[in-house]
Design a protein around this ligand. Structure first.
Ligand code: SAM
Ligand code: SF4
Length: 333
């Protein structure tokens, strides 16, 4: 990679929000079929030639870091660990000297955790929506709870710090497990984060009735393990610590208390489309730019123009809300 002159400074959108966090999806494929994310069958996979190469992904990340001072890159998918040679990409991103993190379902971490850590991955979020094996299998359509729990242990043993466990809470599905997850987090020394169910499922089963407000989940935990709020930065999770010093939980109230006013994120899909919001209805075709010989100046200019047009927020629950054409696994969660 050539070294480039640094540009003017941070990317600020027209609402005054500074964008500094890039989420890169490396694949739309997955070894699970979580009901809130993918249909059991019939996903149309992206053609392999459309996937950005690791060099292309790392180039976009480098432009974001060098030109606009981005300070974090999160690798996601689909399931990022099903893409071959992921530690190679981690190494390329770590060389940019930014915080490199990953969101994963954890099932392959018993095999990969050490290699990823050695390549420079610093933090990992592992998704797990039930601690009951039958329920986990019903949600993910894979009987893989033992592997995921092993994956959490492998992440801790590899030295990731913190290890966070993401739980999507859904009414009538797993809303009775908040306290069990809190106890699990306290015991294992992981930060459990409860995420509200968002309208990004592939089969359109989402409804407002299925959303469990994060405040309700936090209250359920607080009743058993008393909590106090933790001051935090622009991240979407509100944070709570146990009054007895037993660790922390997080709550991500994307639906009932949107954090759009503080949003500092942009996303790159595995097929090279740049999105300024998880719920965006339009995308910038960076793949076309990358593959037509665009210079770094041209890439930076296109990114700045897209961020300049970033909207105020997603409006879930309002009549004006429009579901994006892509589901979570296709965008990159
Ligand atoms: N496969 C990885 C995983 O499951 O962690 C990374 C990709 S996944 C799309 C990223 C995150 O999005 C996961 O924590 C998952 O639980 C969450 N997610 C997927 N669909 C969702 C939905 N409809 N509402 C809320 N969160 C969702
Ligand atoms: Fe796969 Fe993650 Fe979607 Fe589940 S949430 S189907 S693990 S991409």
């Amino acid at each position: 990679m050539t070294s480039l002159p640094r540009m003017a400074g941070p990317l600020v959108d027209s609402f005054g929000r500074t964008v500094r966090d890039l989420r890169v999806s490396v694949t739309d494929r997955c070894n699970f079929r979580c009901s809130y994310c993918m249909p059991e069958e019939g996903m149309q996979w992206m053609p392999r030639d459309d996937l950005l190469t690791y060099e292309e992904l790392a180039r976009v990340a480098r432009v974001c870091v060098e030109r606009f001072g981005f300070d974090g890159v999160r690798i996601t998918g689909g399931e990022p660990t099903v893409r071959a040679h992921l530690p190679v990409l981690v190494g390329m991103l770590a060389a940019l000297d930014v915080d490199v993190a990953m969101t994963t379902n954890g099932a392959t971490l018993p095999l990969l955790a050490d290699d990823l850590r050695r390549a420079g991955l610093r933090r990992v979020n592992i998704s797990c929506d039930s601690l009951r094996r039958d329920r986990f299998a019903a949600i993910t359509r894979r009987d893989a709870l033992p592997q995921v729990l092993e994956g959490i242990d492998a992440a801790l043993a590899a030295g990731f710090d913190p290890v966070k466990v993401n739980v999507v809470t859904m009414r009538g599905v797993n809303d009775d497990e908040a306290v069990d997850f809190a106890a699990f987090g306290r015991e294992r020394g992981v930060v459990v984060r409860f995420i509200e169910f968002m309208p990004l499922d592939a089969d359109g089963a989402w409804s407002m009735e299925k959303v469990v407000p994060a405040a309700e989940t936090v209250a359920a935990v607080d009743a058993v393990f008393p909590l106090e709020p933790v001051a935090h930065g622009p991240e979407p999770a509100t944070r709570w610590r146990y009054r007895d010093g037993g660790g922390e939980i997080g709550a991500i109230a994307s639906v009932t208390q949107p954090f759009c006013d503080n949003c500092d994120r942009v996303r790159l899909t595995a097929d090279g489309q740049f999105r300024t919001c998880l719920f965006a209805t339009d995308e910038l075709d960076l793949r076309a730019l990358l593959r037509s010989g665009a210079t770094d100046d041209e890439l930076a200019g296109a990114l700045a123009a897209a961020v300049g047009a970033k909207w105020a927020g997603h409006r879930i629950g309002q009549v004006t809300f429009v579901r994006p054409a892509r589901s979570m696994s296709q965008i990159g969660g």
